[in-house]
Design a protein around this ligand. Sequence first.
Ligand SMILES: O=C(O)CCC(=O)C(=O)O
Length: 263
Amino acid sequence: MMAAAELAENTEQYWKNGYTVLRGLYSADEIAAFRAECDRLWSLDGLDDDLNLRTEFRRGPDGRFVFDRLDPVLDISPPLNGAATHPALMDALGTILGGSAEILKAKLIRKEPGVNGYAAHQDFLYWKWLDTDPDALCTVVVNLFPSDEQSGGIGFYRGSHQRLLPGPPENPEGDFDPAQLDPSTIEVPALDAGDVLVFHSLAPHFSGPNNSDRPRTVLLPSYCVTDEAGLYQRYYKREVVRRCKEMVGFERYFATLDSVESA
Ligand SMILES: O=C(O)CCC(=O)C(=O)O
């Protein structure tokens, strides 16, 4: 467990800046075991199948689709489930958020060298349907390798987590336009393997491409302070239907299908 004084400082930073970094929650052996587990997961049969609803793709260095995330992941990975529900983490989250946290969702993102990052957004935009106070929701980033700006680490606009920012005029319900925020508030925390970022559901964040020569692998569980049972089940039942309805992640499948039709 973390020392109370250190955790008090983390709690203050979290509410002031919208994020904080927790250190020393996992042992070096635990991190090594999580990495080995990621290698196992990445070699499972069928991950590269376009119709696998668990996997999503991103554009790689040569413009081709590369498989970059497993979402959900906890149900097929007891070790990563252990990471996301680790007593030291749950204890720290309880203090920071001021109440007992339940897992909402969890994904594993492995950003290979050269692979693109994620445009600026606030997670809460995607969770409006939960009808929950944004202060009750957060995301945790468990870093399995060192991460910084060069390797495509996550960057934040410090202290801009007070409200949901509007999208651009042509898409007011969409992700906010980063031009409305002050670029001098951007920080990309440099993290060691095992460091844990915790960020508020309204914290505006983004990431760049991985320009390093190592994968930047992170486990990203999100949590909610709630008494409601079955939140995780509710989230993924809705998410699986959404992906099918909105055809999320099927781009490569459709491209292949079109080439078959015209052959
Ligand atoms: O892994 C990354 O680089 C960013 C991920 C992210 O921002 C998200 O999934 O919300």
